[in-house]
Design a protein around this ligand. Structure first.
Ligand SMILES: *Cc1c(COP(=O)(O)O)cnc(C)c1O
Length: 340
């Protein structure tokens, strides 16, 4: 039975669920997955993660559907992306089957924390791998831990999705040929200062431009851009330093194959942004956050969709994808994986 939690008032915050799944990498292999109630990790004071930020992570959700099942959305893509991220930071990869097995174990063990259908709340799952063994000379750590934790999180939009205002950042998020395309803690550590500054100035997020020329749109600190042209085309920026969002990739398929819209993934010059009709930020947490305004060093770009509600095309995309996730809309084959 579900825990006695006021699901609607939950925020996006860490709370310890009863169980987490752990595996340790030593002498070239991963140990068997284990469930534990211990929410504390015990590692060397010289661990690779502490000295040289050797850590990668993922983020996905488990949902309770209208007919009472517990499902996850395209977790095979999270498994693949974690593998890609790990390889780039010389971290041993966790095989896809092991990732999915850990996910099943974790969600099943914490079933009481999966919020009920209709509450708007979900179970957020955070898998990560980090260097736990000691290193002082610059090198990959000798030992690693793979951990998967979860926590119930509230509805992202309480009382409707209000468009946000973001600013064009003077900082860079990711270098060409750097680590922008992987989900690594280091990409977030270096965005915190810029993020805090933007918040202090009253903006919700930073829009980062390409580091080499500062003329193309990249993404925010943790979400990809989607733009809608005035004639209804769905456009998303293409760049090797953007993190390949699973939400964004799925929305592009929904747009083309389910809603019959034209889609384009291509470099988007910042100069073109004032011509778009709608703008949104895509990621697992919010699915799509509508953007109403972009502040470019005091000059405002105001989208015609305004500051009151989501634009019509972004709303359609949002409703269709959340419908697929909650089991009220039929999605493409293989997108929904039931936890049994
Ligand atoms: C996780 C993340 C996203 C969103 O990816 P999803 O797979 O849709 O959750 C976008 N940008 C960055 C930088 C991210 O780390």
């Amino acid at each position: 039975m579900a825990k006695d939690i006021d699901w609607g008032s939950l925020g996006f915050q860490y709370t310890a669920a009863d169980y987490r799944v752990v595996s340790k990498y030593k002498d070239g292999k991963w140990s068997d997955l284990e469930l534990t109630t211990d929410s504390t990790v015990h590692i060397s004071e010289c661990a690779g993660v502490l000295q040289y930020a050797q850590t990668v992570f993922e983020g996905l959700k488990a949902y309770r559907t209208a007919d009472g099942k517990i499902v996850t959305f395209r977790p095979d893509l999270n498994a693949q992306r974690l593998k890609d991220s790990a390889e780039r930071l010389a971290i041993p990869a966790v095989p896809e089957e092991m990732f999915l097995e850990a996910l099943d174990m974790l969600v099943k063990a914490n079933e009481e924390y999966v919020p009920p259908y209709g509450s708007g709340a979900t179970l957020y799952v955070r898998p990560y791998i980090y260097g736990s063994g000691p290193v002082i000379g610059v090198a990959p750590a000798p030992e690693y831990e793979f951990r998967m934790i979860c926590m119930p999180v509230g509805p992202y939009f309480k009382g409707g999705a209000k468009p946000i205002v973001i600013k064009v950042s003077d900082y860079d998020r990711a270098a060409p040929h750097g680590t922008g395309n992987i989900k690594a803690g280091l990409n977030y550590a270096m965005s915190l200062f810029a993020g805090e500054q933007a918040h202090a100035e009253g903006f919700s997020e930073n829009m980062y431009l390409d580091a080499a020329t500062r003329t193309y749109v990249e993404e925010t600190g943790g979400a990809n851009f989607l733009f809608i042209t005035k004639d209804g085309k769905v456009v998303t920026p293409k760049s090797n330093s953007i993190l390949p969002s699973i939400t964004r990739r799925s929305l592009m398929i929904v747009a083309k194959d389910i809603l019959g819209l034209e889609t384009e993934e291509r470099p988007v010059p910042f100069e073109e942004v004032p011509e778009f009709a709608e703008c949104g930020l895509c990621g697992t947490a919010a699915v799509i956050s509508p953007v109403g305004k972009i502040n470019d060093h005091g000059k405002e770009i105001c989208f015609p969709s305004g500051m009151e509600e989501m634009g019509p095309t972004i709303k359609k995309l949002y409703d269709t994808l959340t419908g697929i996730q909650m089991g009220t809309v039929e999605g493409p084959e293989g997108w929904i994986r039931e936890i049994k």
